[in-house]
Write a protein that binds this ligand. Structure first.
Ligand SMILES: CC(C)(COP(=O)(O)OP(=O)(O)OC[C@H]1O[C@@H](n2cnc3c(N)ncnc32)[C@H](O)[C@@H]1OP(=O)(O)O)[C@@H](O)C(=O)NCCC(=O)NCCS
Length: 170
């Protein structure tokens, strides 16, 4: 299911790290209006328009992030992760693609899809899952299973608390 559609064209491609020695940005496609803070390491990924990446984030090759999505500081977003539009990724959120590390064979890694409007609390760990539209992930959650649209989950392992107000699950 395609979740990655951008409202605006990506105008800025691969700003050179040399333009700001406090950033490592290599071969990225970054949309208009997206703010990247200092002390980031982001490479060969795609970020839409009017989004934000906070300091001390690493975003790996192949990651795709939509429009108006905020990635707060200290988060790690690995290869095979796709994040939609209007999402919030809290501080220190860790994504996982290699479930049995170290597994050098990339074909054994698994991906994660974060659909539009999802909010992920600080310090959550996201194993390879699909997180449905407008879901909320509690702070410190360890998400081991797919999360339905509009669900609020928390804990380790994350379990269902309720449906978000106004979501179709209610
Ligand atoms: C998950 C969350 C949205 C739930 O909010 P809520 O629906 O108002 O939940 P409540 O506070 O009513 O708590 C409901 C139950 O879930 C538990 N709970 C709430 N958040 C939890 C969390 N992050 N981890 C584990 N349990 C949690 C509560 O202890 C309570 O348990 P109880 O019924 O046994 O007493 C919220 O607690 C949260 O973690 N938000 C993320 C905040 C964040 O990281 N922001 C980042 C920017 S600062």
């Amino acid at each position: 299911m395609p979740i990655f559609k951008k409202d605006k064209k990506q105008k800025i491609t691969s700003p050179k790290s040399a333009e700001n020695p406090l950033q490592l940005i290599n071969n990225c496609k970054i949309g208009e209006g997206t703010k990247i803070w200092n002390f980031v390491n982001i490479y060969e990924c795609e970020i839409g328009s009017d989004s934000m990446v906070g300091c001390f984030c690493e975003i790996q090759k192949g990651v795709r992030i939509g429009d108006r999505t905020r990635i707060q500081s200290h988060s790690f977003i690995c290869d095979l992760v796709e994040i939609g539009n209007d999402c919030f990724v809290g501080h220190g959120v860790m994504f996982i693609n290699d479930v049995y590390p170290p597994q050098p064979d990339r074909s054994e890694w698994k991906g994660t899809v974060v659909e539009d409007g999802v909010s992920i609390g600080s310090n959550a760990t996201i194993l390879p899952v699909r997180i449905g539209r407008n879901a909320i992930i509690g702070a410190g959650a360890v998400v081991t299973k797919d999360v339905p649209e509009g669900a609020v989950v928390a804990g380790n392992p994350a379990s269902f608390l309720r449906y978000r107000n106004g979501s179709k699950g209610e």
